[in-house]
Design a binder for this molecule. Structure first.
Ligand SMILES: Nc1nc2c(ncn2[C@@H]2O[C@H](COP(=O)(O)OP(=O)(O)OP(=O)(O)O)[C@@H](O)[C@H]2O)c(=O)[nH]1
Ligand SMILES: [Mg+2]
Length: 720
């Protein structure tokens, strides 16, 4: 296969909401480029792009698929990204390594929440955007209305290059106001007939043409001057202006296609080939030190790995972008993230499930290799003379979690190995072995995301697994002060045990001054703080431990043993056995025995005294509260709000963003457990949300009583 130079390579991501038609479009693109002789379809399960069993099973893209086509002797690397929010990880990684986003819009619905999610990522990464209105052959498509919404959302930057003469099943003609031609197709699609624009369309076409000329001219001073002089630009000048506008994100051209019937696809490819920027024209990316890295084939070799695929019969396939330098089989490289050494084996250009061996890939190109030892998604491999890493945008927090266990306990180890392997393919799966909850928890982006994991576990790995709702990491704390004392005394044969501890507990809040005195039942206890220890608890919150023992009643050397006794109780709160937090303890008195006192005695005495005091200090259960942001089309706002109210959510704000509503709320984690499923069913999958841990708050009394009762029942069960 030919080796392409950096100024002959373009990297393009196909993005857009779930089901907008990216995979179907990719099929037509491959067909138009002559790579495949027949177009497959998602329904017939024979597309180039969706080839994993799990994708065929569900009829959705789960992984981004990398392929390439040659167009006018230029190489277009194209990545077909999954659209569902659940698989956003794949879309994000793809955006990291491409220079042009083609955002596909489902002509039936217009811009959706999923469209906006993609757009926001392109904003963060400053990537050029082309909008592609697809499914124009659907009866539900109302193009004018769709364009109005687009302009409302994206403003005047959204510039039409094309419009359909009619939509619905009769769709077969487009007016292109860049080349000022009418394009039309027979039922087979493919190459369009190019004709003059008919008289009845001329006014509309001219108006859009002028707007396009003006928008193109705005990106270049010379073009602007020319435009003022002659009020027009040549086609090539317009292309130049649009290319500049794409790079600076001052123009978002809108194209029209019907991917399924292969109408408009050839023209789109022509535009991609002629106008969108080459790798060499894009602003330079930065490494983690903030230094610019140019896609220079003469620079030091540096590869960024953006995807790991597990291909049947082959194993791990690692996909990379050449950030600088060139790569050849046999190159010796160092992994900047993991410190290991690697030797590159055969390198390939990616073609969906297939790979085409190549001798060399130059800076800016995308390819893959197999049989690397220790390379994970997100790693950088460098030649000796350079040491750099790349760290592009972060993945969103997980939104849906399930406790997972092997149905057959003997499979547990195998299950863990499979989970960790899958995580390499999709870093948005987070595997947590929670000691606290005694569960293995898989966190993902949605119910569907985890369902695919379960499906693959059962069908590909042949391990039966069970999913349960994960336990909630409750905390315990106290709400008032209390005091207690305890004497631990044991006389049995030889040396005895003796320790007595008097202590006071109270709720701790950040910035509290040290106590001066306490009053219990009219009696005052004056404090004289001798030492203070602030323990930042591993599970969040604090324990503050004060020594105010008078007159050497307890030797200083026993203080650590007393703190240990307190910590033992903090690790297992008396209400539900959850971790306790935000407590201040003052040890103010006690007793020693000259012979029998030892550390163990004081630990035991402290445990009892602390536990008694804690129980009398108005103990309460705390639950984790999350910040929730929901993006929802306005029509569903009422349903989404009332559902949230039923989930004990506190609505914090509502914003009307272009085309949809943004709702902010605080919500208990317990109520988020199935939120992804509910929101999806309430809105037909047209909403999305993000979550972030906020704080621990007291649970309402009736829930506290239920949690305590449940815990007691569980204890009784375990004791049986
Ligand atoms: N009528 C019509 N249907 C289309 C068109 N393009 C795609 N479809 C249908 O829309 C559905 C989704 O198509 P896909 O190509 O899988 O969409 P996608 O964007 O890849 O979906 P995800 O990978 O899940 O994000 C399929 O049933 C397609 O047959 C089109 O141009 N017209
Ligand atoms: Mg797809």
């Amino acid at each position: 296969m030919r080796v392409y130079q950096t100024n002959e390579i373009k990297n393009i991501a196909l993005l857009g909401s779930a089901g907008s038609g990216k995979t179907t479009l990719a099929e037509s693109m491959l067909y138009e480029a002559g790579i495949i002789k027949r177009r497959g379809s998602v329904a017939a399960k024979n597309t180039v792009s969706d080839y994993f069993p799990v994708e065929l099973e569900y009829g959705y893209s789960v992984f981004p698929t990398v392929f390439h086509v040659e167009w006018n002797s230029k190489k277009l690397n194209i990545i077909d990204c999954p659209g569902a929010d659940d698989f956003v990880g794949g879309a994000i990684t793809s955006m990291n390594v491409t220079d042009q986003a083609v955002i596909v819009i489902n002509g039936q619905y217009g811009p959706e929440v999923g469209t906006q999610n993609c757009f926001r990522y392109t904003e963060k990464l400053k990537k050029p955007v082309i909008f592609l209105v697809n499914q124009l052959d659907s009866d539900k498509c109302d193009f004018d209305n769709l364009m109005n919404t687009m302009r409302e959302i994206y403003g005047p930057k959204c510039v039409q290059i094309q419009y359909p003469v009619q939509t619905g099943p009769d769709f077969h003609e487009i007016i292109d106001v860049l080349i000022m031609k009418k394009l039309s197709w027979t039922a087979e699609g493919g190459a369009p007939k190019r004709e003059d624009i008919p008289a009845e369309e001329m006014d509309r076409a001219m108006e859009l043409h002028k707007a396009l000329v003006e928008a193109a001219a705005e990106n270049d001073e010379a073009l602007m001057e020319k435009f003022f002089e002659s009020e027009t630009l040549t086609e090539d000048e317009m292309r130049e202006g649009i290319r500049k506008g794409l790079i600076t994100r001052s123009i978002f051209p809108v194209f029209c296609v019907c991917g399924q019937k292969d109408m408009g696809v050839q023209r789109l490819m022509e535009f991609l080939g002629n106008v969108v920027p080459f790798v060499s024209e894009m602003p330079k990316v930065h490494n983690t030190r903030g230094e610019e890295v140019a896609p220079d084939s003469n620079g030091p070799e540096s590869l960024y790995f953006f995807k790991t695929g597990m291909e049947p019969h082959i194993g791990e396939v690692s996909y990379f972008k050449v950030m600088s330098g060139t790569v050849k089989p046999g190159d010796d490289l160092a992994n900047a993230d993991r410190g290991s050494k690697e030797r590159m084996g055969q390198i390939y250009a990616s073609a969906g499930a297939n790979r085409i061996p190549v001798d060399q890939l130059n800076a800016g190109d995308i390819g893959c290799t197999v049989k690397l030892k220790d390379v994970k998604t997100g790693n950088t491999l460098n030649a000796k003379e350079v040491e750099q890493r790349f760290d592009f945008i972060k993945y969103p927090n997980s939104k849906y979690s399930r406790a997972v266990k092997a149905v057959n306990a003997a499979d547990t180890e195998k299950m863990m190995a499979a989970l960790l392997k899958m995580r390499q393919e999709d870093p948005t799966w987070v595997i947590e072995q929670s000691k606290e909850l005694r569960q293995t928890i898989v966190h993902g982006q949605g119910e569907f995301h985890l369902r695919t994991l379960k499906w693959r576990m059962e069908n590909n790995e042949k391990i039966a697994v069970q999913f349960d709702e994960p336990k909630i990491p409750y905390r315990e704390t106290i709400t008032k002060k209390a005091k207690a004392e305890y004497r631990h005394k044991k006389q049995s044969g030889g040396a005895g045990q003796f320790g007595e501890v008097h202590l006071i507990v109270e709720p701790y809040a950040e910035g509290m001054p040290d106590p001066v005195s306490y009053t219990f039942n009219g009696q005052e206890f004056k404090m004289n703080i001798k030492s203070k220890e602030e323990v930042d608890l591993a599970w969040g919150g604090k324990l503050v431990f004060l020594n105010s023992v008078v007159g050497g009643a307890i030797d200083l050397r026993f203080m650590p043993a007393i703190l240990k006794g307190v910590m033992d109780c903090m690790e297992r709160g008396p209400l539900t056995g959850s971790y306790a937090r935000d407590v201040r303890v003052v040890v103010y008195d006690g007793k020693m025995h000259p012979v029998d006192s030892n550390e163990l005695s004081f630990t035991l005495a402290a445990r009892h005294a602390f536990s008694d005091a804690f129980k009398n200090a108005g103990p309460k259960i705390l639950e984790p509260i999350y910040d929730l942001e929901v993006f929802v089309p306005s029509d569903y706002m009422g349903d989404v709000m009332s559902d949230l109210q039923g989930r004990r959510a506190l609505i914090m704000g509502m914003d009307s963003e272009a085309g949809y509503q943004k709702l902010q709320a605080k919500i208990p984690l317990k109520e988020l457990a199935n939120y992804s499923i509910s929101l999806s069913s309430l809105t037909g999958g047209r909403a999305s949300f993000t979550t972030k841990f906020s704080s621990y708050e007291l649970v309402p009394n009736e829930i506290q009583s239920k949690l305590i009762a449940d815990h007691e029942a569980e204890q009784a069960n375990e004791d049986e």
